[in-house]
Design a protein around this ligand. Structure first.
Ligand SMILES: [Mn+2]
Length: 272
């Protein structure tokens, strides 16, 4: 799988992000995808896996939004099945949580080591399928419509999309994530950046030939946040009340010159 996913020049794109083991939200997305027609694509912008631990589920804090169980093992299988049933039209980009399973630093939101916690729930075959799946995840998706999709804020200092192919993805298993971000700046920012200044996003979008960056990684309680003229940070699942969850639907044959072209009720849609 190439590290840069090129979107088709017509049809629809459904973009969603940060499911973190929420199977119900994924099934809802598939309903929207199938309703959008046979040439619609679904691209998740990373963090497919790693949800709340059992203790958090039992003492659910308000700030985590709608309560759900971490069904990462079933979600991985459901994602593989969704790809099989819709060849070439279902994708997930690499997020920092996913990266932990293929050589990235461990994440520690709900467990000291979420990589170990999830892999302990899987059979040897399940672990192999998880790693094979995540190894296939592209890092960035681009379309002629102007959209550039990535996991975190577009702060990485790329000059050219071809630099994606030179990034070393593995070998960071034992690193602390803060060292990873500091010492591996391109990949570190691509997977972990929480904000990007206008000059950074302009440089990033120019490197990838797009006009609007779509990403998740952070939680936006209201569903989406437009930063400057060219960034949309949105939240489809993790950390939100159901009524606030947002996915993005684009016409791939259209052109979106800036983030203000994305309108509530047209491109910015409620998951539920
Ligand atoms: Mn993330």
């Amino acid at each position: 799988m190439p590290r840069l996913l090129r979107l088709p020049e017509r049809g629809k794109l459904l973009a969603a992000t940060d499911l973190q083991g929420n199977l119900g939200d994924f099934e809802r997305l598939l309903t929207h995808l199938d309703a959008a027609g046979p040439d619609a694509w679904l691209v998740l912008t990373g963090d497919l896996v790693h949800g709340p631990d059992e203790d958090t589920f039992n003492h659910w804090p308000d700030h985590l939004g709608a309560r759900y169980r971490d069904e990462s093992p079933r979600l991985v299988e459901a994602f593989i099945e969704a790809q099989r049933a819709r060849p070439g039209r279902v994708h997930c980009l690499l997020g920092n949580h996913d990266h932990a399973h293929i050589g990235g630093p461990a994440t520690a939101k709900f467990h000291d080591d979420e990589r170990a916690a999830l892999e302990a729930r899987l059979s040897p075959q399940g672990r192999a399928r998880l790693k094979e799946l995540i190894s296939s995840f592209p890092l960035v998706a681009v379309g002629r419509c102007g959209a550039v999709l990535l996991h975190a804020a577009p702060g990485a200092a790329f000059d050219d999309a071809a630099q994606l192919d030179g990034l070393k993805l593995d070998g960071y298993d034992d690193w602390h994530f803060s060292d990873f971000i500091a010492e591996v700046p391109l990949l570190g920012a691509l997977l972990w950046a929480r904000a990007a200044k206008p000059a950074q996003s302009q440089r990033f979008l120019s490197a990838f030939g797009g006009t609007v960056a779509l990403y998740g990684h952070d939680i936006v309680r209201e569903g989406y946040d437009k930063a400057g003229d060219d960034q949309l940070c949105f939240s489809t699942s993790f950390g939100l009340d159901d009524k606030a969850k947002v996915y993005v639907e684009l016409d791939l044959a259209a052109h979106y010159p800036d983030v203000h072209a994305l309108r509530e009720g047209r491109e910015l849609l409620k998951l539920w």
